[in-house]
Ligand binder design. Structure first.
Ligand SMILES: [Zn+2]
Length: 261
């Protein structure tokens, strides 16, 4: 059995700047370049690998870095830092946003893959799968995989549902269409016992207000912190179920100014 702490990042802004075109609420998930450098230094000291290598057991990484949404800053800000530190990460791409303003284009994604970054799927249109018909949700999971595979000429084996929201059949369907990792937003440590064809992955969200001591404790797999975050996540799942995701998000937007991720 191997274990890893998987971290989730979104946009990376040049220090003292916000990403052009990004709205205020998205800034909640944007970290600065210097914070990314601090994280990269932590990961350099610990072992790190893309999710696919951890799942395949070809590399026993302690900490795994994942980036959601395929934002242009993955290429312009994060890629140079990761190259400099020799870190391979996983990038979850929303396929229909590829090439749109604010997002990476095809050649940038191919360049990441050539360097050894894992290119993974975040669906077609960045929609909550639980709000879609079953056939639309299946298309989001399967068609995005095929689109990326055509672009890269290699299998795409990791999938992350938008917002980490899913129904249990989606795990089975993802396994059936050839995914090996299903990345949730449930916080905690991920154990790979290699007992299933598909690994359900826990991920720990890094937000702009998180500071180095918190991030280093998280990356080091601090049991108290991981347990606290798991409890918080479980408590929030109650209003999500009662209100439904759309009303929950509206309430969350009013209270915190945050957007789905
Ligand atoms: Zn997202």
């Amino acid at each position: 059995m191997t274990t890893a702490v998987v971290l989730t990042l979104h946009g990376v802004a040049p220090d003292n700047k916000t990403i052009a075109g990004q709205d205020v609420s998205a800034a909640k998930y944007t970290i600065t370049r210097s914070t990314l450098i601090e994280i990269a230094n932590l990961l350099k000291a610990r072992k790190s690998c893309p999710l696919e290598a951890f799942v395949d057991d070809t590399f026993d990484g302690n900490t795994i870095l994942t980036f959601d949404d395929g934002l242009i800053s993955d290429y312009s800000e994060a890629f140079p830092v990761l190259q400099d530190k020799g870190i391979k990460a996983t990038f979850f791409i929303t396929t229909e946003n590829v090439g749109k303003p604010g997002y990476m284009n095809q050649s940038q994604i191919i360049e990441l893959a050539r360097y050894g970054m894992e290119i993974a799927s975040h669906g077609l249109q960045h929609r909550y799968l639980v709000n879609l018909s079953e056939s639309d949700a299946r298309r989001e999971i399967q068609d995005s995989k095929e689109t990326l595979q055509q672009l890269l000429g290699k299998p795409v084996t990791s999938f992350a549902p938008v917002g980490g929201h899913y129904m249990s059949w989606m795990i089975g369907f993802s396994r059936d269409v050839g995914y090996r990792a299903f990345a949730t937003m449930i916080p905690g440590r991920t154990f790979n016992s290699r007992s299933d064809d598909l690994l359900v992955v826990r991920r720990n969200h890094i937000q702009s207000h998180h500071r180095s001591p918190y991030i280093s404790s998280l990356a080091a797999g601090d049991s108290f912190l991981l347990a606290r975050n798991q409890i918080r996540y479980s408590l929030l799942s109650v209003p999500k179920r009662i209100l439904g995701l759309d009303s929950y998000d509206r309430l969350k937007r009013i209270l915190t100014g945050s957007e789905p991720h």
